[in-house]
Design a protein around this ligand. Structure first.
Ligand SMILES: [Zn+2]
Ligand SMILES: [Zn+2]
Length: 325
């Protein structure tokens, strides 16, 4: 069971988490656009979109090949997915945890990756996380992705080309993110249902202080549930790039949101966003922040923790009330 009063990080005090302007009334169009482009999509989702376009054009089997399910091309997609995860998670791990480029600047938690800890395979948090991410995570992600591509390649769903539907394509990019975070809130509540938690989700929560490889370090049952995100494209037709982007968003971006750092210093004092305080608080406190900020179901259902002392006090009150009632 995760600790409820863990060691806080060094001196780093992140800003309070606020609701995104998406739901402001009356609507604030400019703020919404700014938020969508600069806060939500930049830089990581844009980078993943570039990777998805590259994968589709240069590293994907032909539609004819994918019209029949077979091990050969599915293994090739597994290798492609494993390589991109290793590049991003491994790159962040090397930069932040091996090279320690910025020491503990912007680090949420004082702890580094655990070693000689019996909770993890081989007593090593990083090796354990790599094993679950690659052996189970990438395999189940690839299976869902290949089945989805096969549905399109075999003519069971129409392919909406970019040339014919450019606006629809552009809308689909932020929609992947909105769909992913909505889907995540609900499956995550399910994963906290005690029997499923004990069998599956507990494995992900061993990472009280996560690192880049913790992102999709999950039990196979959790992967089976988590990657059902693809099922939307079995009924809603999209361009195959959106299918690949869905996999990248669900499979690779958790290495960024679990990096353990709020920002990454890249050049002098220039920094880019590298973590997710909201989800970090879920790993730390367990009873809060089941979803993500773009789709704030936690606000609606009373489990929102904004990372401040006031938020912490509200959490304590909720736990007391739950125990009393
Ligand atoms: Zn959880
Ligand atoms: Zn997590």
């Amino acid at each position: 069971m995760p600790e409820t009063s863990p060691r806080q990080s060094n001196s780093y005090k992140p800003d309070a988490i606020v609701l995104p302007p998406l739901y402001a009334w009356p609507p604030r169009l400019l703020q919404v656009l700014r938020y969508l482009v600069f806060d939500l999509l930049f830089p990581w989702t844009f980078l993943l979109l570039l990777v998805a376009v590259f994968f589709w054009n240069f590293l994907s089997p032909s539609m004819e090949t994918m019209s029949e399910l077979s091990a050969g091309w599915m293994i090739a997609i597994w290798v492609r997915n494993a390589l991109i995860l290793a590049l991003v998670a491994g790159g962040l791990h090397w930069f932040l945890y091996i090279k320690r480029h910025q020491s503990d600047q912007y680090k949420f938690d004082a702890r580094w990756m655990a070693k000689e800890d019996k909770r993890f395979l081989w007593g090593d948090q990083v090796k354990d996380n790599m094993f679950w991410s690659l052996a189970s995570g990438v395999t189940i992600w690839t299976c869902y992705e290949c089945i989805t591509l096969w549905i399109y390649a075999s003519g069971r769903q129409p392919i909406l080309t970019f040339a014919e539907y450019p606006v629809y394509f552009a809308i689909c990019v932020p929609m992947v993110l909105i769909w992913s975070t909505t889907h995540f809130y609900f499956i995550h509540r399910l994963l906290h249902f005690k029997p499923i938690y004990d069998i599956a989700h507990e494995l992900h929560h061993r990472n009280v202080s996560p690192g880049p490889w913790s992102g999709i370090s999950m039990h196979p049952l959790e992967h089976l549930i988590y990657f059902t995100i693809f099922a939307l494209w079995w009924v809603v037709p999209v361009h195959p790039v959106i299918i690949i982007l869905t996999g990248l968003f669900q499979g690779v971006s958790p290495s960024i949101t679990h990096s353990g750092f709020d920002f990454m210093r890249i050049w002098g004092n220039r920094k880019i966003t590298a973590g997710d305080l909201f989800h970090q608080l879920h790993h730390r406190h367990f009873h809060v922040n089941y979803g993500n900020t773009p789709t704030p179901f936690d606000k609606v259902f009373g489990s929102w923790h904004d990372g401040t002392e006031v938020g912490k006090e509200l959490l304590k009150q909720r736990i007391r009330a739950k125990r009393a009632g």
